[in-house]
Ligand binder design. Sequence first.
Ligand SMILES: CCCCC/C=C\C/C=C\C/C=C\C/C=C\CCCC(=O)SCCNC(=O)CCNC(=O)[C@H](O)C(C)(C)COP(=O)(O)OP(=O)(O)OC[C@H]1O[C@@H](n2cnc3c(N)ncnc32)[C@H](O)[C@@H]1OP(=O)(O)O
Length: 228
Amino acid sequence: MAGESSGSTSDAGSGAGGGPVEVAGPPRARTELADRIRELVEMSMWTDLAPGELGAVARDVAALTERLRDRMLPSSRMLETVDGVPTGSVNDPVEGSGNPVAPPLTGIRMGDGEMWASVRLGDAYQGAPGRAHGGWVSAVLDHAVGRAAAAAGTPGMTVVLNVEYHRATPLGVPLEVHAGVAGSQGRKVYVTGRIQYDEQVTATVSATLVAVSGLPARAEHTGDGGRA
Ligand SMILES: CCCCC/C=C\C/C=C\C/C=C\C/C=C\CCCC(=O)SCCNC(=O)CCNC(=O)[C@H](O)C(C)(C)COP(=O)(O)OP(=O)(O)OC[C@H]1O[C@@H](n2cnc3c(N)ncnc32)[C@H](O)[C@@H]1OP(=O)(O)O
């Protein structure tokens, strides 16, 4: 389990660092921590506490951050593996159940060149009033097309991402995400996808990915961190 072979490094927390840290099981405690931090973020936006009280809360949060800094991994790139095969990126900013920034994706299911998932975009992802920010809608779709390409056995990087916003993507409700490989030519993989709420498609994507060797492929598992 992550956290048991730690050691502080001088570049930890700066975005640098070594190779991925592999974790064998769903990191439930990390998932729970990320969930609580997401709640903290939402409440920090909603709260109407007086400035003095806000200052006190900020100092409490700073103390918690120092408690976490006390013991650090050599890298924040954490891959969940099953039988040695990478099945999810715990700290990914879209699907990562361990990353408080991630919405995250839940119930990820993989088929042959296809992926399905659910996502709930909370208040932290608001763009226009009451709607999900288009950049986050695109991020979810970018991730979905990446997973679909990987599910086809051709993991790669997105080089073209055409997103169409058809109607408002609502906040705080379960959205369905789907992407599937439509074709390929050489290293190029063409993937389409969509986000929908209650049978209504809110955004669609048409993407080109370029297959890159050495990336994890055909992950069959959920990225739920044990919540599915
Ligand atoms: C990611 C791993 C996570 C680990 C998770 C573990 C387990 C879970 C399992 C699977 C999970 C799967 C996926 C996760 C989902 C998403 C992860 C997020 C990924 C991203 O967040 S991704 C968005 C940002 N993305 C970039 O950061 C790409 C910038 N790019 C490059 O890094 C290079 O571009 C590269 C390396 C792609 C290729 O470089 P290269 O040197 O190998 O190849 P080269 O340049 O020769 O291009 C080859 C052919 O692509 C054509 N081409 C290139 N660019 C084009 C363009 N813009 N438009 C049209 N065609 C284009 C050329 O024209 C040529 O075409 P042709 O062969 O016909 O001449």
